[in-house]
Design a protein around this ligand. Sequence first.
Ligand code: PBG
Length: 338
Amino acid sequence: MGISQLISQTVGFPTVRLRRLRMTEQFRKMVAETQLSVNDLIYPLFVCPGQNVKREVRSMPGVYQQSIDNLIHDCEQIYKLGIPAVILFGIPEHKDEYGSEAYDENGIIQRAVRALKKEIPELVVITDVCLCEYTSHGHCGIVKEVAPGKYEIANDETVELLAKEALSHAEAGADMVAPSDMMDGRVAAIRKILDENGFQNIPIMAYSAKYASGFYGPFREAAESAPKFGDRKSHQMDPANSDEAIREVALDILEGADIVMVKPALAYLDVIYRVKQEFKVPVAAYQVSGEYSMIKAAALNGWIDEQRIMLETLTAIKRAGADLILTYFAKDVARILT
Ligand code: PBG
């Protein structure tokens, strides 16, 4: 019998009253097991071509597509709030079948990274590595017709392009790269190309357990990346599985991932918990667009208290085992915490 079982079987009410330490705000603060910190936050941002562009995403109030000039103003504010890192998503000028702007040295992300690292060198700039924002068909890789009318995303050819994309982000000055495509073997390929080019100190945050989720709906509007046909179920994970998430994470760690991610967050707290317990490596969780939009929409209707639900969900994600949280609420949380 463990000591805690022994205690709970031999000592009880009225000697024990768990309410004692809940009676005052000071006591509650003193015994709080989970602390949200501004250091845990990564803020996702959408960057688009043009000058002085700031377009609110219809389904994500408070989230914008911004041109580089406005992105820099926003990041100055983000940095002042103490948020250590941003993750960038690009909306390219041109899309094509191979997503070429993703690995173009003058692509939207590469330009944004160069500008940000010049203006605010201390802000950690992470780049999302995927092709879906850059392909004309909206898929995360190269689409091949394998039989008449039957299409497949070609894993190995896609991985080559993703590695090129990650390298071009590092060359532009990115501090960390985050592959979100869910192709097999992409972490190893990215690690290899970065190392061969002198970027052995650039960490990889792998979207390791990324589920095929309905919660990405608003993001696809923000990033203009919805697939034109089919879905992402041939590479993103089935929401029914969590043993498989452990395998995905194990492989990514073996391939050289420095941080592993579970995505979405709230509907996958069990996965976050298992991953942290099993591997004891830095774990990130992504509170995705749909999670944000649901809270915003209900709050706009006056049905829930936005700030309270925001803090409750983020605390739950941290309690489950996340060390880092990607969230569109980062600025709001930082204002409360600092
Ligand atoms: C792919 C990518 C997606 C998200 C992050 N990276 C979309 C997808 O897989 O369709 C979703 C993030 C969110 O919903 O907030 N580049």
